[in-house]
Write a protein that binds this ligand. Structure first.
Ligand SMILES: Nc1ncnc2c1ncn2[C@@H]1O[C@H](COP(=O)(O)OP(=O)(O)OP(=O)(O)O)[C@@H](O)[C@H]1O
Ligand SMILES: [Mg+2]
Length: 340
């Protein structure tokens, strides 16, 4: 088996590389592909900390220790995913003590790993640091494909263009497989078209800003498989490797639907919907008792008081949140019961 070695890069930090790398690994694993994730970001070690919260064994040694300590083996630094046997992970290791003078340490370790394990995985995914430094340039020489993560704003775009131009200078631009636009709030068509014109790779997909996915990342969990975040990462990666990766079975947004995205808590949204529905019923009852059947259905006063209470509760975000949460839990429990 010959691994597909992919570097996930971005012009600037915080664009979503680490979370996308882990989500891609999960999607590939669901299709029984063997995946190795390597934290290649010696600056933040983002993936090491993120996965360390919940997902891996938390070994102390990693990539950078391999360069320092000849006696360490690849096995010593490879960690298992706790709930997914198709994915392995190599953390950054002791990056705080990592000497800036030893600029080759990171790439030497990666080379050593690739020589040994290249044929043991279907995909090897490297989470790179934001921007382009000497280390990252060296990494791009070792991979087959490069995927850019871009945010739909001017700075991110310019930084990605700079990245792409610099890779051209190094004669590596042919490895740019494509770009993913992340944290999208609006119709991505124009941004995608601009990107395709300047980044040198194909437009893979636009991942919506997803507050639920963000919550999952914050507590060290992978976004829910049914989330829009997950299905769009899936769509992007299957577009990059159409012959190897199946299309997502989950719903994705069409370009016009992106502007419906909101940062409102989904529980509060559901709560709002229910309160709106109850208010409409009460108002209809009120009108009905007033004009057609005075005081026959329910006491006029009771309806009026209920309406007043509902309007008051509508002002409380706490009530809306909890009402939405309770209703969602009831539906989830009912779904579980019927499934069993
Ligand atoms: N589609 C999205 N919707 C909402 N939040 C997102 C999305 N993608 C990423 N995030 C959030 O953005 C933040 C940065 O993500 P992440 O750490 O994956 O970026 P990064 O590019 O790896 O950053 P760095 O350059 O620091 O390594 C995190 O809080 C993450 O939860
Ligand atoms: Mg990161």
């Amino acid at each position: 088996m010959n691994s597909n070695i992919i570097a996930v890069m971005s012009g600037k930090g915080g664009s979503g590389k680490t979370s996308i790398c882990v989500t891609i690994a999960k999607i590939l694993a669901l299709q029984n592909k063997k995946v190795l994730l390597i934290d290649s970001d010696s600056g933040t070690g983002g993936m090491t900390y993120y996965l360390g919260l919940n997902i891996v064994q938390n070994k102390k040694v990693g990539l950078l220790d391999l360069a320092k300590d000849e006696s360490l083996t690849i096995k010593d630094i490879t960690q298992k995913f706790l709930r997914d046997e198709n994915i392995n992970f190599i953390g950054i290791g002791n990056h705080r003590q990592y000497s800036r003078n030893n600029k080759k340490a990171l790439t030497l370790s990666i080379k050593r790993i690739l020589e040994k394990v290249e044929n043991s995985y279907d995909y090897i995914i490297m989470d790179c640091r934001g921007g382009l430094d000497d280390e990252t340039v060296e990494i791009t020489k070792l991979v087959n494909d490069i995927v850019f993560i871009v945010e739909p704003d001017t700075t991110s775009f310019q930084a990605t263009q700079y990245l792409s131009d610099t890779l051209s200078d190094y004669k590596i631009a042919h490895k740019i497989k494509g770009f993913i636009i992340n944290k999208v709030f609006d119709d991505p068509v124009a941004v995608a078209r601009n990107g395709a014109g300047v980044f040198g790779g194909m437009y893979l997909d636009a991942i919506p800003f997803d507050i639920e996915a963000m919550r999952s990342f914050l507590i060290g969990c992978i976004a829910n498989e049914k989330s829009l975040y997950f299905s769009h990462v899936w769509k992007a990666i299957s577009k990059a490797y159409p012959n190897e990766i199946k299309e997502t079975p989950y719903k994705t947004l069409n370009s016009k639907e992106y502007n419906k995205i909101t940062t409102l808590n989904p529980n509060a949204q559901l709560g709002n919907l229910i309160i709106g529905f109850i208010s409409m019923i009460l108002i209809s009852l009120l009108l009905y008792s007033e004009y057609f059947a005075p005081l026959e259905i329910l006491s006029y006063k009771i309806i009026l008081y209920s309406l007043f209470v509902i309007v008051l509760l509508n002002v409380s975000n706490f009530f809306k949140d909890n009402l939405g949460y309770v209703i969602k839990r009831i539906f989830q429990l009912l779904a579980e019961i019927t499934k069993n």
